[in-house]
Write a protein of this length. Structure first.
Length: 173
């Protein structure tokens, strides 16, 4: 299975007041929006902003438990997209070997950020759900695309409509 490394571009709220995490492929400027719950959005946003709650949040607790057990999160993969739902796996590593655990992408991303683990997306999932912008296309996020990026006009329109009204500066409460 070919995979694409992604980074978290940000957390936002769409026009319908639904929260999403936006992943970005640094090489090809593919963007992958994944709608998530508000609690997970807060957990991801707090880690992105290096803010910590006075008491451990769920993903902090999970990270601490794994660490105490000598288990390391080596990576997460957004591995599948079926029936309008994304699926992910968390790859765990310890002295006995490697294990993969099924997870929601939002939880997997929150965990990966805390564990400083890499985030990947299965290339087939990216081909099916991500948007690839063409060279020079201005992104609504104030970024420029790579020179080798290509996209069909309908892909650009779909992406622009998708992000219309998404505010990556507005944080979930």
């Amino acid at each position: 299975m070919d995979m694409i490394e992604m980074r978290v571009e940000g957390i936002g709220i769409d026009q319908g007041n639904r929260t999403l995490v936006l992943l970005r492929d640094t090489e090809r400027r593919r963007f992958l929006p994944i709608w998530i719950g508000p609690s997970e959005a807060v957990a991801i946003a707090m880690e992105l902003e290096n803010k910590h709650a006075p008491r451990p949040m769920t993903h902090d607790l999970m990270t601490s438990i794994l660490s105490e057990l000598g288990v390391r999160v080596s990576r997460i993969v957004v591995s599948d997209f079926r029936d309008s739902t994304f699926y992910a796996t968390v790859t765990l590593l310890d002295e006995t070997g490697v294990r993969e655990v099924d997870a929601r992408p939002s939880d997997a991303i929150a965990l990966a950020l805390r564990a400083k683990a890499k985030i990947f997306v299965n290339e087939e999932v990216a081909d099916q759900t991500a948007i690839l912008l063409q060279e020079g296309q201005e992104l609504p996020l104030g970024m420029q695309t790579d020179e080798d990026s290509t996209a069909e006009p309908e892909e650009i329109d779909r992406f622009m409509k998708l992000l219309q009204g998404v505010n990556l500066d507005q944080k979930p409460s």
